[in-house]
Design a protein. Structure first.
Length: 95
């Protein structure tokens, strides 16, 4: 689970596999637009529903259900050095 508009937007922009976005009514319109543009389903929920879905004490208005990519420390450091989109671009070019 990814919590908060900044992290959800970064995940969408990086091309992460996001399955669904949960958004409180009238919260994070930029996340709704980005998710819809990426073809990710958006579910508008009440604050208490979002609060029960995330681990944070004070939810930030939206969250996303996404896959988590496993990596060793060396792989993560190398990917960070290349930049956030480097792996996605090279994977798509080699497919």
């Amino acid at each position: 689970m990814i919590d908060g508009p900044v992290l959800v937007l970064e995940a969408l922009a990086a091309g992460c596999e996001v399955w669904e976005v949960l958004v409180e009514v009238d919260a994070a319109p930029e996340v709704v637009l980005a998710a819809e543009a990426a073809g990710v389903p958006v579910r508008h929920v009440r604050p208490e529903v979002l609060a029960s879905a995330v681990d944070t004490t004070t939810p930030n208005g939206c969250a996303a259900v996404a896959s988590r990519r496993e990596a060793t420390l060396d792989e993560a450091v190398a990917a960070a050095a290349r930049g956030p989109l480097a792996d996605r671009k090279s994977t798509r070019l080699n497919s």
